[in-house]
Write a protein that binds this ligand. Structure first.
Ligand SMILES: Cc1cc2nc3c(=O)[nH]c(=O)nc-3n(C[C@H](O)[C@H](O)[C@H](O)COP(=O)(O)O)c2cc1C
Length: 141
């Protein structure tokens, strides 16, 4: 059984509903999922997981959330990750997903292997929720 960590930040709930679909997809494939708000997450939640999903909105001039998510991600700069599988997901108002492209570069620099990404405009559509569920399944395989 795969251990999956889903770690995200959400204020208005758009990122949270994506997280819930990823969790549903992963659990549907028989994975054990630990879902946490990034405020409660520890480095060990990521290092001990087989695969991880990180979620954030675009905030603060097209960047991931800066008070909790950005410093949490930075903790992995010097930690050996050996290509740990990661899915990045999030929601934006107007940047068309630029924040997520930049985020991808950062986590790849740190040694994660990005196996999937999903950026949606504001609240996800039903189709986008299905895509999120597929990403959860992918992590569990
Ligand atoms: C204070 C604030 C700042 C924001 N800044 C940006 C931004 O810089 N670029 C962007 O594309 N969207 C921006 N947005 C839109 C959010 O990314 C979008 O509403 C997202 O769906 C929020 O996710 P959540 O509901 O999970 O909190 C901002 C929203 C708020 C409330």
């Amino acid at each position: 059984m795969k251990n999956i960590a889903v770690i995200y930040w959400s204020d208005g709930g758009n990122v949270e509903v994506l997280a819930n679909s990823i969790i549903k997809g992963a659990e549907g494939e028989g994975a054990k999922v630990a879902a946490k708000h990034v405020q409660d997450a520890k480095v060990g939640d990521v290092t001990s997981a087989d695969a991880v999903a990180f979620g954030s909105p675009s905030l603060d001039n097209n960047k991931i959330e800066q008070d909790y998510m950005a410093p949490f991600i930075k903790e992995f700069k010097l930690i050996p990750l050996q290509g740990k599988k990661v899915v990045l997901f999030g929601s934006y108002g107007w940047d068309e997903g630029k924040f997520l492209k930049d985020w991808k570069k950062t986590v790849e620099d740190y040694g994660f292997k990005v196996v999937g990404e999903l950026a949606v405009k504001e609240a996800p559509t039903d189709d986008e929720l299905k895509k999120a569920e597929e990403l959860g399944k992918l992590l569990a395989k």
